[in-house]
Design a binder for this molecule. Sequence first.
Ligand code: GAR
Length: 214
Amino acid sequence: MLETPAAIISPPLSMTWPRFGQPLRLGIMASGSGSNLEAIARSIQRGDLHAQIQVVLYNNPGAGVAERANRLGLPTVLLNHRHYPSREALDQAIVQALGAHGVDWVVMAGWMRCVTNVLIDAFPRRVLNIHPSLLPSFPGLRAVEQALAAGVKVAGCTVHQVELEVDSGPVVMQAAVPVEPGDTPATLQARIQVQEHRIYPAAIALAAAEQSGL
Ligand code: GAR
């Protein structure tokens, strides 16, 4: 019987991660449970990703990511979007907090807000995002539900550089997983998340390596 592969990852995960003179100084932005934050932090702890997490910014009081960051001993800053008059004003506060913590790479790990040029221009080509679809298919909210509704046979996740349009920008790395008969949004999301946790740390290293010409 032919077996469906668990995932196809491109470019392939490498056993030899690029090293940098100094660890990458990451600022994580998250709105939800923070499982991608934890995957990145564990990759750093294992010595795979040569980086340090300077700060975790989150926008929802009570979001699981805050507790997870505390458990991992990472500093957190709550920037509640409801307290800012515009997206630009929120992004100004974000840029200020990232700057105050010495961040040089911005990693959106389940950040569920649209960003503006205020953030993008402050970190040119240094803002990354992960999205639970094979972009450019199914951008925006409820990507996994969109994929199931469209009847696709292959789903997945994408790490990309952030541009102004939601879930757009140059692709850094993708993982594809099969959609299985009887899949629900929850079962497909879980299959995709396993791969998110594998590719995000590698994609951060890859994006940084590409930019420094390694
Ligand atoms: C992830 O599945 C990520 O792809 C998605 O939010 C989830 C966060 O999970 N991001 C988006 O949909 C962005 N458009 P986590 O809080 O467990 O890391």
